[in-house]
Write a protein that binds this ligand. Structure first.
Ligand code: DON
Length: 321
């Protein structure tokens, strides 16, 4: 980063002007007080709805954050693109997509439906993420598999702290009827690889949703995706470029629940949101960002997070097209 700065080759040369503008956008989005907390898990319903954080990491490692950017939250579905990426790294796209489709479902993220081939529609909804969990580190002990996921998230975040909330996990586990139903539906359709342990796989998926991190950590992970798989803060390659390309493509078409088409049209960036109110977004070759604010709109996307995304592309023309 210092070398690039000295050579005048920074991705965002006037970073202080940029961050001043981001701070102004943050203040505007902070005014939004509409929306409701996810309440299907008691632990998520208890979070202070006023929290709001925005963190940004550029593709060459300049960082800025504002608001509650050091508070941990449950990453929830923001884990899905990462689990999918790890499955791609392990098996390659051809094998992974024998088990998971790549079309938007046009349905809710936990809807009981499969595509016409009896596969989950895509890896950004629950059924597809459960399938990606079934593919990850097969043959390994379940404890090793979870440790592998946590370590991988940490590596994508340049060694920053990634934790786990057992309270959220236990709460998820008790409220997981729909995910279990999805698991049985897929098993009925013989959608899983041979010898998949269904209960263990579902628990593994719920544990991945219960991973905790703060907005800064998630912004570095998003920036690793923006930087074609090389973590900008360590310079280490964590994902192959083809993995990132596939992951960003599906984040673009399927990452924002049943609002993905509208988001692709208006904001035009690969992004993924989770029911905790987190959104990770990627401006390829420029930056990754994370917004977190718990109040959700009718689609399940963070109201302030979405508002911030809209303002960001309005201010900087980051829309992919
Ligand atoms: O599977 C569940 O019920 C949640 N843990 C899903 C989390 C989430 O953010 C939904 N997203 N697609």
């Amino acid at each position: 980063l210092i070398e690039r700065a000295l050579a005048g080759r920074l991705t965002i040369p006037d970073f202080s002007a940029f961050t001043a503008e981001v701070a102004a956008l943050f203040e505007h989005s902070l005014e939004r007080r509409d929306g409701t907390l996810a309440n299907y898990i008691p632990q998520l319903a208890r979070v202070d709805p006023e929290h709001f954080a925005v963190a940004i990491c550029t593709a060459d490692g300049q960082m800025f954050s504002i608001g509650d950017a050091n508070l941990d939250f449950s990453v929830q579905s923001c884990a899905k693109p990462l689990i999918y990426s790890l499955a791609l790294e392990e098996h390659g796209a051809e094998l992974v997509h024998r088990y998971i489709g790549r079309e938007p479902s046009g349905r809710g993220f936990n809807e009981l439906s499969l595509d016409p081939d009896g596969k989950p529609h895509n890896p950004m909804i629950n059924s597809g993420a459960i399938m990606a969990c079934a593919l990850l580190q097969r043959g390994q002990d379940i404890a090793d598999r979870f440790e592998f996921v946590l370590d991988s998230f940490r590596r994508l975040a340049g060694g920053r702290k990634v934790g786990f909330s057992n309270a959220v996990y236990l709460s998820e586990r008790r409220s997981a009827d729909r995910n279990f139903a999805l698991g049985y539906l897929m098993r009925e359709h013989k959608a899983f690889p041979d010898n998949t342990q269904l209960i263990e796989t579902l628990e593994f998926y719920l544990q991945c949703c219960s991973v905790e991190a703060n907005a800064e950590v998630m912004a570095v992970i998003a920036a690793t995706l923006a930087n074609a798989g090389v973590c900008p803060t360590t310079g280490l390659r964590q994902l192959e470029p083809a993995t990132v390309q596939n992951c960003l493509s599906l984040m673009s078409s399927c990452g924002m629940y049943d609002f993905s088409g509208e988001f692709a049209f208006t904001v035009g960036l690969p992004a993924k949101s989770g029911v905790s109110g987190a959104i990770i977004g990627v401006v390829p070759n420029v930056l990754g960002f994370c917004c977190w604010s718990p109040r959700l709109d009718e689609h399940g996307n963070s109201v302030r997070g979405l508002d911030f995304c809209r303002r960001l592309v309005e201010a900087y023309n980051f829309h992919a097209f």
